[in-house]
Design a protein around this ligand. Sequence first.
Ligand SMILES: O=C(O)CCC(=O)C(=O)O
Ligand SMILES: [Fe+2]
Length: 197
Amino acid sequence: MHADLYTAIADALAGQGWIALPGFLSEAEAAALLAHARERREGFSRAGIGREGLHQLNAAIRSDEVLWLDKEDAADQLALMRLEAVREMLNRDLYLGLVELECHLAVYPEGSFYARHIDQHRNQDTRVVTIVLYLNPDWQPEHGGQLRLYLDDGSHQDIQPEAGKLVVFMSDRFEHEVLPARRERWSLTGWFRRRKL
Ligand SMILES: O=C(O)CCC(=O)C(=O)O
Ligand SMILES: [Fe+2]
C-alpha cells in the first residue's frame, strides 16, 4: 500500500476523525478475501450486542453474521498485514498506544442491517479506532447497505460498501448504522484496542 494512504489516515483521525479510502485493497486482493470468506459461509454465526458479560442476540438491532479470520490463509494474512501497518503508523504518528486488532469477517444476508449505535461509550471499553474493509464488487447505490456515519455537525455521510474500500473512524466519536442491504454484503470489521487498565 502507498505511504500516502497511511498519512491520509493519520491526518484524518487527528482532524475530522474519520476517513473512507477506496483502493486500500486492490480488486484482486478483495476478491481473494471474499472467495475464502464465501468458502466458510457455513461457519458464520449471528453477531451479538452488548458489552462483555451482557452478550445477547437481538434481531431488531442487528442481523449480520460473523466469523473470526483464518490466520493460516494467505488472503486473510495479507489484510491483517496491511492493517497491522496501519496500527503501527497510528502509534507512531498519533501516539494512540494501540496494542491489538480484534477483527472478524461479517456477512449481512439480504435484508440485514445494523441499527444506529456507537462502538465505544467513552472509556467503557478498550476499542479506540474502528475499521471496516468492504469486499463487494459492483455494489450499486440501489443495493442499499450503506454505512451511514453521523457527523459532529448533525449531518451524515453515506458510504458505499465497495470492494477494497477501508473506512476508519474514532470508535467513541461517531454513531453509525448499516442501512438495510438488498444484496448479500461482505466485510471485514475490526477495532484497534488499547490496553485495559
Ligand atoms: O459494516 C459496517 O459498515 C459497519 C459495521 C458496524 O458498525 C459494526 O460491526 O459495529
Ligand atoms: Fe459499529
